[in-house]
Design a binder for this molecule. Structure first.
Ligand code: UDP
Length: 245
């Protein structure tokens, strides 16, 4: 079932349901892609048409932020739960290791995807990582062409794309028709965490829905981006009271 939250249409799924859908796409999809918007991205998509279009083109849209879940409640269209993209990505990688599907790791600074490969292969023996590429290239450059050709020559089931927002969403939407992959996931900073070069919040913060607060303390420069969270909730209240106009 779908729920429209401030102009972005989300799939109202639990983590298990999201994993079921994602693994079906990993087996049988055709350049499908999955996006994981949080409140900041939904807010941004209201002004950025290309990002809004890229979100619309996704086969699965999961709410990767407690702000989106709060907004869904304010709007009386409650979403079942926050589904963290980083966890869905890892669950899908585990599924791939158990079912003989291949994974391609794309994104983050040079060397990070290789480190993520080593860590993930250690954790999930038998995992087939078909290729790795860093995420630093110019649109339309020879380097980008090389990356696309390498991905296509490996034809992975799953492409993990960690290029940051909105680069990864725009990239998946722009290149889907020329990519030979089953499914792609746009997962932002997850590659750094899979590689062990940055850490996710401790469990207690995740359980209390305060992961955003932990991140803010660790990376205070994010305040400029995170300031959108209260604005986003205010917008939800405004739309609830007065409608979209
Ligand atoms: N990144 C990239 N290519 C770029 C810009 C960023 O591969 O051109 C990577 C960056 O190294 C980092 C990730 O994208 O690993 C973005 O991380 P961040 O935590 O900022 O994710 P977001 O909050 O955008 O989801």
């Amino acid at each position: 079932m779908k729920r429209e939250i401030l102009s972005v249409t989300f799939d109202n799924v639990t983590m298990e349901e999201a994993l079921e859908r994602a693994s079906a796409l990993a087996r049988e999809g055709k350049s499908d892609y999955i996006v994981t918007p949080n409140s900041e991205i939904v807010y941004e998509a209201r002004k950025n048409e290309a990002l809004a279009k890229a979100l619309k083109g996704a086969s699965l849209v999961i709410p990767d932020g407690i702000g989106v879940v709060y907004a869904s409640k304010i709007l009386s269209k409650p979403l079942k739960q926050k589904v963290a993209g980083i966890e869905l990505g890892e669950r899908l990688i585990e599924y791939a290791s158990l079912n003989g599907l291949s994974v391609y790791l794309f994104g983050a600074k040079p060397g990070i995807a290789e480190r993520a490969k080593d860590k993930l292969c250690e954790k999930y023996p038998g995992l087939n990582v078909a290729g790795v590429q860093d995420g630093y290239f110019k649109d339309g450059s020879d380097r980008e062409r090389e990356i696309i050709e390498d991905i296509n020559s490996k034809a992975p089931n799953i492409l993990i794309a960690c290029l940051g927002v909105p680069k990864q969403e725009l990239w998946m939407n722009a290149h889907k028709d020329e990519l030979n992959v089953r499914v792609m996931l746009g997962l932002g900073g997850s590659m750094d965490i899979y590689a062990g070069v940055s850490k996710r919040a401790p469990d207690i913060f995740i359980k209390l829905s305060l992961e955003w607060f932990y991140r803010l303390c660790k990376e205070p420069w994010r305040i400029k981006r995170m300031i959108k969270l209260p604005l986003f909730l205010l917008l939800a209240v405004k739309v609830r009271l007065f409608g979209e106009k």
